[in-house]
Every structure is written in C-alpha cells, then in structure tokens.
Design a protein around this ligand. Structure first.
Ligand code: ATP
Ligand code: LTN
Length: 334
C-alpha cells in the first residue's frame, strides 16, 4: 500500500513503434486503472538491450514512449512514469532474484524461445534472464496488480513463483502480484497473418497499425486486412481475421463482441473494415494531438523524468534494503 492505495506496476519496451496491440492490450487498461491504484509505469530500457540496439535510436524511442504514456492519458503528476535505467535498484534486485530462479524455469519461457529463434546470432544471457529482471521490476514496488497482454502471463506466473519461494525462506518480504488482463483486446493479432500476434517488431508494416499512423494509412491497412471467404461477420475461431477485426472494433468502441456482431449482421466485409478503420482513427486522433503538444514542451518532459525517477527510487530502495538485509548483506553504516 502507498498513500492508502494498492500498487500497480507495468512497463513497456522502447523497441520499435508502438502498435494498436500494445495500446489495446496494455496501455488502455493502464489508463482505466490509474485512478484506483498508486501506479508505476516504466519505460523498460534495460530490457530493450537484450536485443542489439542503436544507442541514439533507443534513447529517442525511450523518450517518445514516455511521451506516449502521457498522451494516452496517464497524468504524470499522479502516476510515476520513469525510465527503468534511472533506478539502479532494478538491476540490484534482479541479481539477487537470479540466485532464486532455476535454469529449468527460464528454459520453459516461450518468449525466450521465440526471441532466441529470431535472433540466433545473439542469444545472450540477458535474453535468458529477462523474466528475472521483469520480476525485479514488479517486486521492487510491492505491486498488487500488473496489467499486461496475455503474452506476458507466463512471465507473471514466474514472478509469483520467485516471490513465493523467497517469502518461503525469509518471511513476508514481497507482495504476491496478480495479473490484470482486459476482456477485449488482450491479444490483437497481425492484420496480415491472424495466427500471429500484432507485434512492433514485425517486418511487414501492413501487419500492424502503429499509434502514429495517419488516418489514411489506418484505413488502408484495415481494408487490406486478411479475412476469409465465408462472407459472414461472426465471432468464431474458424474466422481468425474477422475475429481479430471484431476484437479491434469492440475494444475501440467499448462495445462487446456480441454487440458488434449484431451491429454488422448481414453487412459486407468492406463496410465492416471501413467501420473498423474509423473506430481506430477515433481512438488515435486525441492521442496523436496530445503527443504533438507534448513534443513542443521539452522542459516539462525533462522535469517529469527527473521528479518521477526520484519518486521511484525512493520506493524501490526501501524494498531493496529490506531484501539485502534478509539475504545477509552487511547493513550500511550511516
Ligand atoms: P516485440 O514485438 O518487440 O516483442 P511487443 O509488441 O510484444 O514487442 P512489448 O513491449 O513486449 O511489445 O509489450 C508491451 C505490452 O503490450 C505488454 O503488456 C504486452 O502484453 C502488450 N502487447 C504486445 N502486443 C500485444 C498484442 N498484439 N495484443 C495485446 N497486447 C499486446
Ligand atoms: N516483458 C514485458 C515488459 C515488461 C513488463 C515489466 C511488463 C518489463 N517489465 C513489468 C509488466 C511489468 C513485455 O515484453 N511486454
């Protein structure tokens, strides 16, 4: 508990351009939950270097991502928006937790297997222990809830296992976090291959809608989305392309998939795709406008970065000192 509220932690990597999947699967829920919880939203730049990055591009993207957090509706005076690399406790706790995580557990992580296959020339130890750093992020802030898309559930289960193991040995040190996965939009699929998730690292730009896409581009991508020859708008697994478009439309309009199916009963795919494009554009427009304003105010963003890092550091250090004492590190002499 902080200020009488339960704690929420989540983060996103500053790799690539953010997609509609990132927004609908994670960020939209962040905004909804932000009043109820004491929130920490991190730009997890330390996770990003598990894949080779160009330094100046990473720096630019990290700043952009922080501005997108604000543009999406997170008030930086109320929510702690900060860079992971500005709080050294993440790395320090990750090291300790590495010593409480088994190789066998990490070997089972599907994201590791996917990323290792994709980057076969650079299967580094950081990529392997990535979930431990993620556990450290969450546990440092004693988070009660972690809103993520379904693809992150396995990492969250591991975080809970590590925390329970640690508590089992040393007493109640960590809060055991719960995942929060939204009802619609938890897994938005690629527009070109609805069997794969929409991903910011997809090489095909038509597969993903980016948060900064202009309205015409959004419309074009929706019109080109891969569907089927059934000709009926039904919410069922046999029609993965249409299923995905129903999810997108529903998440953007706040309707349930059933309401969407009813609304487009007997209508054609062309008309439906146009409506999806319009719904997406109505979500992206205010975000893009707010972002354009923020870009003009460098001093404001700099102040947010500085103040929020201090706030995060304060909370993180409290947990870290407790953990260091528990495992037997000598206390600091003041
Ligand atoms: P990459 O493709 O580089 O692995 P990513 O697009 O999966 O990146 P992350 O930074 O790993 O993005 O994810 C940020 C958040 O967005 C996570 O909570 C994740 O669950 C969510 N998310 C990512 N892609 C989707 C998607 N297609 N549908 C729903 N949620 C998603
Ligand atoms: N692994 C996550 C990003 C991430 C995260 C976190 C999410 C890093 N640390 C802590 C929630 C809580 C991803 O790839 N989407």
């Amino acid at each position: 508990m902080i200020n009488g509220k339960k704690v929420l932690f989540s983060g996103m990597q500053a790799t690539g351009n953010l997609t509609l999947g990132n927004y609908l699967g994670a960020m939209k829920n962040w905004v909804t939950l932000s009043d109820e919880y004491e929130c920490f939203y991190s730009v997890v730049d330390m996770h990003s270097i598990t894949i080779r990055q160009d330094p100046s591009t990473l720096r630019q993207r990290a700043r952009k991502l922080l501005m997108i957090y604000i543009a999406a509706g997170l008030d930086p005076e109320k929510n702690c928006l900060y860079y992971q690399s500005h709080v050294s406790g993440h790395a320090e706790l990750a090291w300790i937790l590495n010593c409480f995580t088994y190789m066998g557990e990490l070997n089972r992580m599907t994201q590791f297997k996917d990323k290792a296959a994709k980057h076969a020339d650079n299967i580094n130890a950081g990529l392997f222990t990535y979930p431990v750093l993620m556990a450290a992020d969450i546990l440092l802030y004693q988070a009660d809830v972690v809103p993520v898309g379904v693809d992150q559930m396995q990492h969250l289960e591991l975080t809970r296992d590590i925390a329970q193991r640690f508590n089992g040995i040393y007493g109640d040190v960590f809060t055991i976090p719960e995942a929060y996965v939204g009802k619609v939009g938890a897994k938005i699929m690629s527009l070109q291959d609805p069997s794969r998730k929409m991903s910011k690292s997809d090489e095909n730009p038509n597969a993903s809608i980016y948060l900064m896409d202009d309205p015409d581009t959004v419309m074009r991508k929706c019109k080109r989305a891969v569907t089927d020859s059934e000709g009926q708008i039904l919410y069922r697994e046999e029609q993965p392309g249409i299923h995905n478009l129903i999810d997108i439309y529903s998440a953007c309009t706040g309707k349930t998939p059933e309401e969407t199916v009813k609304e487009f009963d007997k209508k054609g795919y062309g008309e439906f795709k146009m409506a999806v494009g319009e719904a997406v554009n109505s979500v992206l427009k205010p975000l893009q406008e707010h972002y354009a304003q923020l870009e003009k105010d460098k001093a404001y963003i700099d102040r947010i970065i500085k103040e929020n890092a201090q706030k995060a550091e304060y909370v993180a250090t409290k947990t870290l000192r407790k953990v260091q004492h528990k495992v037997g590190f000598p206390d600091r002499i003041r």
